[in-house]
Design a binder for this molecule. Structure first.
Ligand SMILES: *Cc1c(COP(=O)(O)O)cnc(C)c1O
Length: 382
């Protein structure tokens, strides 16, 4: 056993409870609302609407479920195509495959790490020219960086293709002062354990379209027709968030702004502490329209002498019981999507090869941050 294994673990992005969660969970227990549905669910949805400024929210058991139901609500079927950011987590693209549709992957741009408006339009034109049915666009706000929504929406409108915003990582990030996730026809959030706020596992779909919200709610609860017996004219899903977990969400939502502030601080502190290491650069600067939640602080390593690779650094951190993680491996390079069309210049492959996500939890102490910084500085010492 090495000495470092005695050191306290520093996680990449651990849950950070506010204390207010227990009140809602206790209420659920006291009133015996342990059954899936109950008052916390509606309350959480209303609070999410108030926070995001969106008209309707449906609380679900994961962000992945939210994307799945979003695609169904937009009529995506077997044989259709859905345009999707390539530089993302697989959960963005998997629901396209659940429906027997084909993902068409589009590369990111360097300034935001999100879908390139130029490649997006090129992809749409080419698919339409080939006679394909492009039924939806999924644009991701990766690591809390905002995509170029103005450009993306004008393209989506020009071709009459609905936009889904995958805001799983960007709850609380703003574009022109408005919440990400509220620009597209549908937005989705995730409350998975490592996200900026968590319900241990969960997600939500938001929309300004009442028909979509109603349909998604119906599908998420097994698609029961109005009848005293169980009657079904459509295939349903068991995707609803439970009453107990919604209570955690209510407690978490109360402190979201503090959590964002803390993550933004982590980013600033890392950047300051590592500013003199010329081989390290930081995730894109905020674009003028954006205010980022800085869910994870990402660095890019360009070591002139090639002495230190991101994986060397990851291992050095691991030795000290510190969790870090490579950037997302682009979807167009994943074995499972190897046959999917791709439009771009392979930028995300370079980002993947040179990047690393650093521990970025909102409860990170000064001392923990220093431990991470010390390991990095040691690696880059000549
Ligand atoms: C986490 C995440 C999801 C999926 O959310 P789950 O709640 O884990 O299902 C989707 N897209 C992105 C970009 C994510 O980071």
């Amino acid at each position: 056993m090495t000495i470092s294994s005695h050191k306290e673990k520093i996680w990449l992005s651990p849950p950070h409870m506010s204390g207010a969660e227990m009140k809602y969970i206790q209420q659920a227990f006291d009133s015996n609302w342990i059954a899936p549905m109950g008052p916390n669910v509606k309350a959480f949805e209303e609070e999410l609407c108030a926070y995001t400024g969106m008209d309707y929210a449906v609380a679900l058991n994961s962000g992945t479920a939210a994307i799945h139901l979003a695609l169904i609500a937009l009529g995506v079927q077997q044989g259709d195509e859905v345009i999707c950011s390539s530089f993302t987590f697989s959960a963005t693209a998997n629901p396209i495959a659940y429906l027997g549709a084909t993902p068409v992957f589009v590369e990111s741009e360097a300034s935001t790490w999100n879908i390139s408006p130029d490649f997006l339009e090129a992809a749409i034109k080419d698919r339409l020219q080939k006679g394909r049915k492009v039924k939806a666009i999924i644009a991701v706000h990766l690591y809390g960086n905002t995509a170029r929504l103005h450009e993306i929406i004008s393209i989506a409108e020009r071709y009459s293709i609905p936009l889904i915003e995958d805001a799983a990582e960007s709850l609380g990030s703003r574009y022109k002062g408005k919440m990400t996730g509220t620009f597209g026809r549908i937005g989705i959030y995730s409350f998975n354990g490592n996200k900026i706020i968590t319900t241990s596992g969960g997600g939500a779909l938001v929309t300004a379209d009442k028909n979509i919200a109603d349909q998604v709610l119906f599908l998420a609860m097994q698609a029961r027709d109005k009848a005293p017996h169980y009657q079904h004219s459509q295939i349903g899903y068991n995707y609803r968030m439970s009453n107990v977990l919604s209570g955690i969400g209510q407690g978490q939502l109360k402190v979201i702004e503090e959590r964002i502030e803390a993550r933004r601080n982590v980013f600033v502190r890392y950047r300051k502490a590592l500013s003199d290491i010329s081989s390290i650069s930081f995730a894109p600067e905020e674009i003028a329209e954006g205010s980022y939640n800085r869910w994870l602080t990402c660095i890019l390593i360009k070591d002139k002498n090639n002495n230190v690779s991101p994986d060397d650094l990851r291992k050095a951190l691991e030795e000290e019981n510190i969790e870090s993680r490579p950037l997302w491996k682009p979807m167009h390079t994943q074995p499972v999507f190897k046959d999917a069309p791709y439009y771009g210049d392979h930028l995300s492959e370079k980002l993947f090869a040179s990047g690393l996500c650093l521990p970025s939890g909102s409860a990170m102490t000064e001392e923990q941050l220093e431990r991470v910084v010390d390991v990095i500085r040691k690696e880059f010492r000549d």
